[in-house]
Write a protein that binds this ligand. Structure first.
Ligand code: DAK
Length: 257
C-alpha cells in the first residue's frame, strides 16, 4: 500500500494519482517519488489503463523536493541519489499523463508538472523554480523543460530570480493549456483523460512520442520520426476500425490492436 499517494481507477481506463503529504505541501521525498514511479509502472503495464491524471491537494500540487531530506544529503549522497531512478521512470511513462495543478507547483513540483503531457491549472496555481533561493538550481529538468515551455526570457526570470508566476501568466506563457476554477481542475483533467482514453492507444502513444521528439531534435529528424510512426499505424486494426467507423457513420471502438 503506498503511503504518500492514492491511486483510483475510473471507467474507460482512466487513473487518478493523488499526492498525499499535506503536512509538507506534498514535498517530494524519495519515498513519494518511488511510489509515484511504481504507480506509473503499474499503469504502464496494464493494457486497460489508457490515461493518467496526477494531482495534489487544493493548497499544493507539490512544493518541491523535500528540503529536510535534501539537507541530509552530501555530494556523494547526491551522486548516488535514488530519486534519479524514479525521475527516469516518470520520464519514460509512455501513456498520456495530465497534471491537474492547484496551489503551489514549485521547484521539483513544477518540474513534476512539466513531466506531464498536458497541464490543467486552477486559477490559484503558482508555478516557480525557487531553488536559487536555496543556493542551488533546478535538477529534474527545470532549466530545459521550462525554457522550451515559456521561452528564454521568462525561464531566466523564473530560474535566476526565483520568481513564481500565477496560472493566468502560465497560460499566456504556454506552460499550461487551460485554467479552471480550482474546484474543477481535477474534474476537467479527468474529462480530458477520458476523451484521450477513448482514442486508439497505439496512435496516442506514437503521437505522444512524436510530439516529445519535437522538443529535442531538429525538424528533419522529427519529420522522419513522424513519417515512420504514421506508417507503423497503417498496420493496426484500430486504423481499419477508425476509417470503417467514419464510413459507417458510427463511433469507433478501439481495441489497442
Ligand atoms: N520541503 C519540505 N517541507 C516543505 C517544503 C519543501 N519543499 N515546502 C513546504 N514545506 C513544509 C513547511 O516546512 C511547513 O512545515 P511545518 O513547518 O508546518 O512542519 C509546511 O510545509 C507548510 O509550509 P509553510 O508554513 O511554509 O506554508 P506557507 O503557505 O507559509 O508557504 C511555500 C508555502 C510553498 C511558499 C513555502 O512553504 C515554501 O517556500 N516552500 C519551499 C519551496 C521551495 O523552495 N521549493 C524548492 C525546493 S528545492 C533533483 C531533482 C529535483 C530537485 C533537485 C535535484 N535531482 C534529481 C538531482 C528539486 C529541488 C527542489 O525542489
Amino acid at each position: 500500500m503506498p503511503q504518500t499517494l492514492a491511486v483510483e481507477c475510473f471507467e474507460h481506463g482512466v487513473r487518478l494519482i493523488t499526492l498525499q503529504r499535506p503536512q509538507a505541501l506534498n514535498a517530494l521525498t524519495t519515498e513519494l517519488l518511488a511510489e509515484l514511479a511504481s504507480a506509473l509502472a503499474e499503469a504502464e503495464a496494464d493494457p486497460d489503463a489508457r490515461a493518467v491524471v496526477l494531482t495534489g491537494s487544493a493548497r499544493a500540487f507539490a512544493a518541491g523536493a523535500d528540503i529536510k531530506e535534501m539537507a541530509e544529503r552530501d555530494l556523494v549522497g547526491i551522486l548516488n541519489d535514488p530519486r534519479q531512478a524514479s525521475w527516469h521512470a516518470i520520464t519514460r511513462f509512455s501513456k498520456p499523463l495530465i497534471a491537474a495543478v492547484n496551489g503551489f507547483a514549485l521547484g521539483g513540483g513544477c518540474e513534476l508538472a512539466m513531466h506531464a503531457d498536458i497541464i490543467i491549472a486552477g486559477e490559484d496555481a503558482r508555478f516557480g523554480q525557487p531553488e536559487i533561493n536555496l543556493g542551488i538550481m533546478p535538477g529534474a529538468g527545470g532549466t530545459q523543460r521550462l525554457l522550451r515551455a515559456v521561452g528564454k526570457s521568462m525561464a531566466m526570470q523564473m530560474v535566476l530570480g526565483g520568481e513564481s508566476i500565477d496560472a493566468r501568466h502560465a497560460l499566456r506563457a504556454g506552460l499550461v493549456s487551460e485554467v479552471t476554477q480550482p474546484e474543477y481542475t481535477v474534474e476537467r483533467a479527468l474529462q480530458l483523460a477520458t476523451l484521450i482514453a477513448g482514442k486508439a492507444p497505439l496512435a496516442v502513444r506514437l503521437a505522444k512520442e512524436a510530439l516529445l521528439k519535437a522538443m529535442d531534435t531538429d525538424l528533419a529528424t522529427g519529420l522522419r520520426f513522424e513519417r515512420q510512426a504514421f506508417t507503423l499505424l497503417a498496420g493496426t486494426r484500430d486504423r481499419d476500425e477508425g476509417i470503417r467507423a467514419f464510413q459507417d457513420k458510427r463511433p469507433a471502438h478501439f481495441s489497442g490492436q
